[in-house]
Design a binder for this molecule. Structure first.
Ligand code: NBX
Length: 832
C-alpha cells in the first residue's frame, strides 16, 4: 500500500443545504485565519464565502484530474500570456448551480449575494479581447467536458487601473492579489527549473546541450475552472517565478550587501511582476521575452511530465504517440517559443533526432492569429534571442534553413518569395526572428478568428504559405460564454428568455435562441423585454453616477463604445460624431430640439501607457463630456460620459444596459471583436462597419437589425491610394466637427497633433490612415437612421429581440467544439 493510498478521502464539506453552507462559511471565517475572527464585514464575508465555494470546486477538480489520469485521453493545452478572468464568485456558484443556496446562506448573516460578490477584485491578467477570449474558452472547455487545461502566468500586477485626472488617463498598479486570491491553490509539488542565458555545450559525440546562465524555478498555482452543470472542473495553471534558498547568498548578506545577496530572488520577482512590461527599452524587451519563455518552458516540461506519468502504465510508450495525447494551442505568437522549446526538450533531454522531434512538434502545435496589423506582428531581435536563449536560437536557425531548402528543392516557382516567408529576417540593420512565420512553418494548423479575418490571412498575410500548405489554414469564428455574458450578468433578460422558450437549455445550447423569433412582434414579450432593459439601464445609470458623478437619463438612448482605445477602433470618429451632434443641437431652436432623440454617449477603455494619441482620445472624450453635460441648453438631449477603468466587471453592468453599441473599426483591421457578440446577445443593436465578426453578426441577426456604414475591406487600399494622390474631398460635416474642437470649444488642451493625424494626404502621423474622414459622412447618416428608428419603440424592441435571437452562433461552446473536432482531435471526457 502506498502512502497515498493510506490517506482516507475526507468527508466533503461541500453541501447544498443553506444551513450547512452558512456553517461552512462561518467555519472559514474562523479557521482560515486571514482576518480577525471577530470581523465579518462584507469583505470578510466575501473571502469566507469564496473559500466555502472553493470546497465545492476542489472536489470536482480532483475528480476531474483523476478521471483524465485514468482515462488518458488526448488533451489540449491552451498556452496564453493572457487571461481576463474578471470576478469568479457569481460565475462559480452559477456554474455549480448553487446560487440560490448561497444566497439563502448569506441572508442568514444579513448579506445579499450580489453585494458580497461585488467585493471581489477582478483578475485582470490580460489586455483585452485576446485575454478575454482565453477565459471564455476555458469556461466552454470545462462545460463541454473536454480534457483540456489552460497555462498562463501569475502576474503580481495585472492590467493597470485607470484613473481620469485633469491631464487625462493615469495608470495605477492593479493589486488583484492585495489580500490574496481565494481561488488559487499553490502547488508546492509542481516546480520546474527554467534557465536563461548561458551557452551551448557540445559533447564529444556531437550532442548539443544548453548549460550555464541563471536558473529560476517555475511554481504552479492552479485555478479550478468549473463547467456549467457538469461535474468537470479543469485547471488554469498559472506559473510564478521563484528562487531557492541556495540562491540567497548569506555570506554577502551578512557582509551588508543586501541587494546583491538576493539578486536572483529579485530577478525572479521581476518575471511575473507585471502584465506586458513596457517594451520601449531593451530591458523591457528582454523581460517580455523572458516571460514568454518562462510560460513555454514550464508548461512544456509539465506536459511532458504528465505524458510520461500517464504513459507509465501503458505497454507501448513511443514519442511518436505524443501528438495522439497532446495538443498545444498557441494564443497568438506570444507563446511561439513553445516550438523551439519542445524541439529542445525532445532532442537534448529525451534524445530524439531532428526529424523525429520535428514530426512530433509539428503534429502537436497549432497557432491562432489575432491580428493583421503589421506593427502588432511580433519580431524579436536575433541578438537578444541568442543572448537569452542560445540553444533556441540555434534551433530556430535550423528550422529556417530547412524551410528554405524544402522550398528550393520542391517549389522552384516560389523561390522569389523565400525571403519574405523565412523565419529569419537577416536585414543587416536589424536582424530579427519573425514569430508568426515560425508558427506557420512549424504548426500543423493556423487559424483566424472570424471569416473575414481568416480570408485576409489566406489571401494576403499568409498567401504564399497557402500555396505550399493549402490545408493548413482554417477559420474559427470567436465566441463568448453565454453563462457569464447573459445568464449571470443579465438575470432579468435571462428569465424572460427562459420563460418564452419554455426551457433554460439555451444556456448550453445557444442556438435555441432562434425560438424567440416567432415572438418578435408579441406585445406581451415587448412589454417584458422593455421592462428588463429599463431595469438594466437604471443599474448602469447608478454605476455612472457612482464613478463619474454624472446623472444620466434612463429614458435616453444608451449608446456605448467600450474596448481598448486604438486609432483603428476609431473612438475618435465616435467623439467627432458627438461633437457634431452637440454643435447642431446648439444651433437648433428650442422647439426643434424637442423632436430630437435624447442620447447618452458612453465611451470606456484603456489606452496603452505609451500610446500618446490613444491617451489624447481619452482626454478628448472627457473634455467634450465636461462641456456638453454642463450645458443647460442641450444636456437634456445629449450627454457624453467617459466610463473610467473599463474591465470585465464593469462590462457586466454596461452591456445589459446598452441599446446601441459601436463597432466602427476601419474595415479589415479588427480581426473579430467579441464584445460585439456580447452586446448583440443582450439585445443591443450594433452600428458598425463590415469588419471582423460584425459581418457574421449582421448575417445572423438580419441586415434590418444592424446599422451598417463605411468602406468595405477590399476598398481600403484603393481609398488610401486615392488619398495619397490628393483625390480625397472631405465632407463639410467632418470639417465642421474638427474645426469646432480646434476653436477651443472644449478647453485649452492642445488637440492639434490628434486632429492633424486626420489631415494631409500622407506622412507619419498624418494622412488619416484609418479613413475617419472617408467614413464620417456615412457614419453620421447611419446615426440619423438610429435616431429615427429609436423613435418607434415597437420597431426598436423588435430589433433588440431579433439581435438576441440571432446570437446563437456566437457561443464559445460552438467555437470550442470546432477547435476540438477540427484542430485538436479531442473528445469529451465527462466525470461519471
Ligand atoms: O483578439 C484581439 C483582436 O484585436 C480582436 O479583434 C479579437 O476579437 C480578439 C480575440 O480574437 N487582439 C488582442 O486583444 N490583442 C492583444 O490584446 C494583444 C496583446 C499583446 C500584444 C499584442 C496584442 N503584444
Amino acid at each position: 500500500m502506498s502512502a497515498a493510498d493510506k490517506v482516507k478521502p475526507a468527508a466533503s464539506p461541500a453541501s447544498e443545504d443553506p444551513s450547512a453552507i452558512a456553517g461552512n462559511i462561518s467555519y472559514h471565517a474562523q479557521y482560515s485565519p486571514h482576518f480577525s475572527p471577530l470581523a465579518f464585514g462584507p469583505e470578510q464575508a466575501f473571502y469566507a464565502t469564496a473559500e466555502s465555494v472553493r470546497d465545492h470546486l476542489l472536489q470536482r477538480w480532483n475528480d476531474t484530474y483523476l478521471h483524465f489520469h485514468k482515462t488518458d485521453p488526448k488533451q489540449t493545452y491552451y498556452l496564453s500570456m493572457e487571461y481576463l478572468q474578471g470576478r469568479a464568485l457569481t460565475n462559480a456558484v452559477g456554474n455549480l448551480a448553487i446560487t440560490g443556496a448561497y444566497a439563502d446562506a448569506l441572508k442568514k448573516f444579513g448579506y445579499e449575494l450580489e453585494a458580497i460578490a461585488g467585493q471581489e477584485r477582478d483578475a485582470a491578467l490580460g489586455n483585452g479581447g485576446l485575454g478575454r477570449l482565453a477565459s471564455c474558452f476555458l469556461d466552454s472547455m470545462a462545460t463541454l467536458n473536454l480534457p483540456s487545461w489552460g497555462y498562463g502566468l501569475r502576474y503580481r500586477y495585472g492590467l493597470f487601473k485607470q484613473r481620469i485626472a485633469k491631464e487625462g488617463q493615469e495608470e495605477i498598479a492593479e493589486d488583484w492579489l492585495d489580500k490574496f486570491s481565494p481561488w488559487e491553490i499553490v502547488r508546492h509539488d509542481v516546480v520546474y527549473p527554467i534557465r536563461f542565458f548561458g551557452h551551448v555545450e557540445i559533447s564529444p559525440d556531437g550532442k548539443r546541450k544548453w548549460a550555464g546562465g541563471e536558473v529560476l524555478n517555475a511554481l504552479a498555482y492552479d485555478v479550478p475552472i468549473p463547467g456549467y452543470k457538469t461535474k468537470n472542473a479543469i485547471s488554469l495553471r498559472l506559473w510564478d517565478a521563484t528562487a531557492t534558498a541556495e540562491d540567497f547568498n548569506l555570506f554577502q548578506f551578512n557582509d551588508g550587501q543586501y541587494e546583491s545577496a538576493a539578486q536572483l530572488h529579485s530577478r525572479a520577482q521581476q518575471i511575473c511582476a507585471v502584465l506586458y512590461p513596457g517594451d520601449a527599452t531593451e530591458e523591457g524587451k528582454l523581460l517580455r521575452l523572458k516571460q514568454q519563455y518562462f510560460l513555454c518552458s514550464a508548461s512544456l516540461q509539465d506536459i511532458i511530465f504528465r505524458f510520461k506519468e500517464r504513459k507509465a502504465d501503458r505497454v507501448s510508450g513511443k514519442w511518436s504517440e505524443f501528438p495522439s495525447k497532446v495538443a498545444v494551442q498557441m494564443n497568438d505568437t506570444h507563446p511561439t517559443l513553445a516550438i523551439p522549446e519542445l524541439m529542445r526538450l525532445l532532442m537534448d533531454v529525451e534524445g530524439l533526432g531532428w526529424d523525429e522531434a520535428w514530426a512530433v512538434t509539428n503534429k502537436t502545435v497549432a497557432y491562432t492569429n489575432h491580428t493583421v496589423l503589421p506593427e502588432a506582428l511580433e519580431k524579436w531581435s536575433q541578438a537578444v534571442m541568442r543572448k537569452l536563449l542560445p540553444r533556441h536560437m540555434e534551433i530556430i536557425e535550423e528550422i529556417d534553413k530547412r524551410f528554405r531548402e524544402m522550398v528550393i528543392s520542391t517549389r522552384k516557382d516560389m523561390e522569389g518569395k523565400i525571403e519574405s516567408m523565412r523565419v529569419l529576417d537577416n536585414n543587416p540593420e536589424k536582424p530579427v526572428v519573425r514569430m508568426a512565420n515560425l508558427c506557420v512553418v512549424a504548426g500543423h494548423t493556423v487559424n483566424g478568428v472570424a471569416e473575414l479575418h481568416s480570408n485576409i490571412l489566406k489571401q494576403e498575410l499568409f498567401a504564399d504559405y497557402v500555396s505550399i500548405w493549402p490545408n493548413k489554414f482554417q477559420n474559427k469564428t470567436n465566441g463568448i460564454t453565454p453563462r457569464r455574458w447573459l445568464r449571470f450578468c443579465n438575470p432579468e433578460l435571462s428569465e424572460i428568455v427562459t420563460k418564452w422558450l419554455k426551457t433554460d437549455q439555451w444556456t448550453s445550447n445557444l442556438d435555441l435562441l432562434t425560438g424567440l423569433r416567432k415572438f418578435a412582434d408579441d406585445e406581451k414579450l415587448h412589454a417584458e423585454w422593455a421592462a428588463a432593459k429599463l431595469a438594466s439601464k437604471k443599474r448602469l445609470a447608478k454605476h455612472v453616477l457612482d464613478v463619474t458623478g454624472v446623472t444620466i437619463d434612463p429614458n435616453s438612448l444608451f449608446d456605448i463604445q467600450i474596448k481598448r482605445i486604438h486609432e483603428y477602433k476609431r473612438q475618435l470618429m465616435n467623439i467627432l460624431g458627438a461633437v457634431y451632434r452637440y454643435k447642431k443641437l446648439k444651433e437648433m431652436s428650442a422647439a426643434d430640439r424637442q423632436k430630437v432623440t435624447p442620447r447618452t454617449v458612453m465611451v470606456g477603455g484603456k489606452a496603452f501607457a505609451t500610446y500618446t494619441n490613444a491617451k489624447r482620445i481619452v482626454k478628448l472624450v472627457n473634455d467634450v463630456g465636461a462641456v456638453v453635460n454642463n450645458d443647460a441648453d442641450v444636456n437634456k438631449y445629449l450627454k457624453v460620459v467617459f466610463i473610467p477603468n473599463y474591465n470585465v466587471s464593469v462590462a457586466e453592468v454596461l452591456i445589459p444596459g446598452s441599446e446601441l453599441s459601436q463597432h466602427i473599426s476601419t474595415a479589415g483591421m479588427e480581426a473579430s471583436g467579441t464584445s460585439n457578440m456580447k452586446f448583440s446577445l443582450n439585445g443591443c443593436v450594433i452600428i458598425g462597419t463590415l469588419d471582423g465578426a460584425n459581418v457574421e453578426i449582421r448575417e445572423e441577426v438580419g441586415q434590418d437589425n444592424f446599422f451598417l456604414f463605411g468602406a468595405k475591406a477590399d476598398q481600403v487600399a484603393g481609398l488610401r491610394k486615392d488619398r495619397e494622390n490628393g483625390l480625397f474631398k472631405p465632407d463639410p460635416r467632418f470639417e465642421e466637427a474638427k474645426q469646432f474642437i480646434r476653436s477651443g470649444a472644449f478647453g485649452t488642451y492642445d488637440y492639434t497633433p490628434l486632429l492633424d493625424s486626420l489631415e494631409g494626404n500622407t506622412g507619419f502621423g498624418r494622412g488619416d490612415y484609418f479613413l475617419v474622414g472617408y467614413d464620417f459622412p456615412s457614419y453620421i447618416d447611419a446615426q440619423a437612421r438610429v435616431d429615427e428608428a429609436y423613435k418607434d419603440k415597437k420597431k426598436w424592441i423588435k430589433m433588440s429581440i431579433l439581435n438576441t435571437a440571432g446570437s446563437g452562433k456566437f457561443s464559445s461552446d460552438r467555437t470550442i467544439d470546432q477547435y476540438a473536432k477540427e484542430i485538436w482531435g479531442i473528445s469529451a471526457c465527462p466525470v461519471p
